[in-house]
Every structure is written in C-alpha cells, then in structure tokens.
Design a protein around this ligand. Structure first.
Ligand code: PEP
Ligand code: MN
Length: 265
C-alpha cells in the first residue's frame, strides 16, 4: 500500500531536530515516570536523567486509566510541578493533554503527547493542528497504520507540520505482553514519510524485563527516538510499576543505544 491519499504526510519534510534543539543525527531520548507523583521525587529523578544525557523529561499529569478507581494523575497541580522542574533543571518537558479545552495550560510544555486513546479525537487533532507545538501522536492500540496516518494528516492539514509519530504497541491475541510492539510500523513509516518516528517499548511490553531488548530492536529498525518509563523505585511506582526501568537499568540501556546508533546504524 502507498499512502498518496495522505499527501501532506507523504510529502512532509523533517525539520524537527532543529525545532527540538537536537543535532541532525541525535536520537530523541525521552524518559521519565509514568505519572507525576510528587515534586521532590520527580526533581531528583530529573536531575539523574539529565546526567545520563536525557534532554526531554516525560511524566503524566493526566493519566487515562482503564479503571476510574485507579490514580488519575495530579492534573493541573502536576503540570505546575512539571513546569517548575523544567525551570530548575533546563530539561524540556513532554506530557499528555487530556482534551482540547486544556490547551491554554500547555503553553510551556515543549512536546504535547496525544495518547493512544485519543488518537482519533478529531476535535483534539484539529485544535493541536492550529498550534505550532511539537506533538507526539501515539498510535492507537486498536488502530491500523492507515488510521494512524489519517490522524496525522488531520494535524498537518490544520497547519501544524511538527508531528512525531510514536508506535506504542497494538492489541493482538498475545497476552504475555501488555501489547505487541509492531516494529513493521517503524520500518513502514521510514518508507512512507519524512516525519520522525519514535517508539515506546514500555507500554508496548508492559514488562521491564524485555524493555531493553525491544529498545535495541526498535532502534535497529530505524526509529529516530524512543520514549521510556523510568522510576527511581519501580516497584513503588503508583502507575505502570511492572514496566518502569530503574535508573541503573536505564543507564545501561542508554549506553547500549548509543553504541548501537554510533557503530551499527
Ligand atoms: C503514556 O505514555 O503515559 C501513555 C498513557 O501511553 P499510551 O497513550 O500509549 O497508552
Ligand atoms: Mn504509563
């Protein structure tokens, strides 16, 4: 299949490295906890991540949880914490927007994340398309590549060229992993568009013991970046504890990613 029915996606140019302040071949490395839990622990983690070369801190203020009884995130208070940590550390911040009405609160967010569950929220896509914010468009776990590209085209058509596509795993019959990381979509995206493609081995697997293997696999497939959940004490993480990497494990992974990028790709 070719994707000429999405002319803006297929004819896009990738100027995101410039907008994101990365050197032309630099891997976009985004890391941080699933959710903002409290200011002090996030600050400590952010400082450690910075030492490891991370420039973009991820952390959710609004958490879309399957159960309404699970921790929903700190909401606007979380956003305030994140902005303070940005000011204190110089790290750029990446966080998910729950819906279009929250846009005014996201001015200081460097990359706005569109969550998998919102991939076809067309009102949100159009609202974000009217801004010039860098966006991460996560693939819905029940969506085809064509539907994902269609969602991207909505944003591009509304006028925002700064889209980063993110493969985060899809639902299959397999239940040993939380989702199935579809690395074909990474390879196909490299053939279909110049837009950057990153991937999320944490939500794709749901288990920290294979995050490293998936990370290396996705990078070798040609991804331009990676978004990973890291927590100073993974077992105590309020959300997604099973998939969070410890700082020690993440450090080893960063070394391996750099080695792979510099020597094999
Ligand atoms: C997340 O990255 O915090 C998240 C909820 O991911 P997804 O939208 O891919 O489930
Ligand atoms: Mn999570």
């Amino acid at each position: 299949m070719n994707y000429t029915h999405y002319p803006l996606l297929t004819n896009s140019t990738n100027n995101l490295s410039k907008i994101l302040g990365l050197s032309p071949n630099e891997l976009l490395l985004i890391a941080g906890p699933c959710a903002i839990e409290d200011a002090e622990s996030l600050l400590q983690l952010a400082l450690e991540l910075k030492k490891l070369g991370v420039k973009y801190l991820r952390a959710g203020a609004f958490k879309p949880r399957t159960s309404p009884y699970d921790f929903q995130g700190l909401g606007l208070e979380g956003l305030t914490i994140l902005k303070k940590i940005k000011a204190a550390t110089g790290l750029k911040i990446v966080t998910e927007i729950p819906d279009a009405s929250y846009l005014p609160y996201f001015e200081d967010v460097d990359i706005i994340q569109i969550g998998a569950r919102n991939m076809q929220n067309f009102t949100l896509l159009q609202a974000l398309g009217k801004t010039n914010k860098p966006l991460i468009l996560k693939r819905g776990f029940g969506n085809t590549i064509d539907e994902w590209y269609g969602a991207c085209e909505y944003i591009l058509k509304a006028g925002n060229p700064n889209v980063i596509l993110c493969e985060r795993g899809i639902k299959t019959f397999e239940n040993s992993t939380r989702n199935t990381l579809d690395i074909s979509s990474i390879a196909l995206t490299k053939l279909s568009t110049s837009l950057p493609i990153i991937f999320d081995p944490s939500h794709a697997s749901g288990r920290s013991d294979i995050v490293e293997a998936l990370s290396l696999g996705g990078l070798a497939t040609g991804a331009d970046g990676i978004i990973i959940e890291v927590h100073q004490n993974p077992h105590a993480s309020i959300s997604d504890a099973n998939q969070a990497l410890s700082l020690e494990t993440f450090k080893e992974l960063v070394n391996k990613l750099n080695h792979l990028r510099n020597n094999l790709l």
